[in-house]
Design a binder for this molecule. Structure first.
Ligand code: DHB
Length: 324
């Protein structure tokens, strides 16, 4: 028996030098406000956790209703509520005491200078990675178009965060652009180490037939869930094709183990899971991990490195030729 056959199957991955026992990380905005809830996510099978977006100071969100879903998608406009950096220090400090899995601290700001400030303060907490949210579609009334929708703005934010820390920085990109690759390239040139692709799509709108009005108080909200999976897969596919060495947290519509495997095949290293918590409960992390292992066993795949990026042109035929 060859060495590879003896090796045990593993879901383990490395992202910017950080080891994850499995690639499933809870996406920002989901169960990420307190240290205790982040721990609970790990207990339920996540390989890593992402905090809710942290602002320098308190930021009020939108009024209710902030969320509505059907079997195809979810619409949400929570408005990035947060108690600010001082509260985050307490909660993340709690999580970092005998840390159960890698921590991704997600930061947000409405002005470039504030990104520098929040990055500096969050970096002092020594998270494993810093994710920079430049792509929320729901605070346009307050701050204008997301930074992720413009190459110079995305690069400017990346540059000021880079100047504040050596911790790897992940830029969370918006799908709501004509060319996500050119934005991603500008971020890498400005010092980004990796990406999270994608943030929610739209915004979109849902109408209540009885009241004849938009359902959400904010009227519009970011679209997530199963319906956006083809869009997140395409974004990751394009970015990986253009920059195969830059690691990506593939996020958007991952609900099952097979969705997760597809996302690895287009080039993702980590997998963001958010809306699936609504559909399958907090147990979704353990369930998706188990389904991934079942798929791997059935297809004799021992590690995710074996299948990462195989969806790119030529990989299948090449492997086919190799085996013939
Ligand atoms: C919110 C933030 C996001 O980044 C997003 O994609 C959707 C919603 C929010 O807090 O409203």
């Amino acid at each position: 028996m060859s060495l590879t056959n003896l090796k045990k199957m593993s879901l383990g991955v490395k992202f910017c030098g950080v080891k994850f026992e499995n690639p499933l990380v809870v996406a920002s905005g989901i169960l990420g406000v307190t240290g205790a809830s982040l721990r609970n996510v790990v207990k339920n099978g996540a390989g890593g956790v992402t905090t809710k977006s942290i602002w320098v100071s308190e930021h009020k969100g939108h009024p209710n209703p902030v969320m509505i879903a059907n079997e195809h998608y979810m619409l949400n406009a929570v408005g990035l509520p947060d108690a600010g950096i001082e509260k985050a220090k307490l909660e993340l400090g709690n999580y970092m005491k005998n840390q159960p899995a890698p921590l991704i601290a997600n930061i947000v700001a409405g002005r470039v200078d504030d990104f520098a400030e929040v990055a500096e303060q969050v970096a002092a907490l020594k998270p494993d990675l810093i994710e920079v949210n430049i792509s929320c579609p729901n605070v346009e009334d307050e701050f204008g178009k997301p930074f992720a929708c413009s190459m110079p703005d995305a690069a400017r934010v990346t540059r000021v965060v880079r100047a504040k820390t050596k911790i790897p920085i992940i830029i969370k990109l918006s799908p709501n652009v004509l060319n996500i690759v050119e934005i991603a390239r500008a971020c890498v040139e400005a010092g980004a180490d990796g990406f999270c692709a994608i943030n929610t799509v739209g915004p979109g709108i849902m109408i209540d037939l009885e009241t004849r009005e938009p359902i959400l108080a904010n009227k519009v909200g970011g679209v997530s869930g199963p319906a956006i999976k083809p869009l997140s897969l395409k974004a990751v596919y394009d970015i990986h094709k253009a920059m195969p060495k830059i690691p990506i947290i593939g996020t958007g519509g991952i609900t099952t183990g097979e969705d997760a495997i597809e996302m690895i095949m287009v080039g993702a290293t980590l997998l963001g899971v958010g809306t699936a918590v609504y559909y399958r409960g907090i147990e979704c992390f353990a369930k998706i991990a188990k389904e991934m292992e079942e798929w791997m066993k059935k297809h004799k795949v021992k590690s995710l490195d074996e299948i990462r990026g195989v969806a790119h042109a030529g990989s299948y035929s090449k492997r086919f030729t190799d085996f013939s």
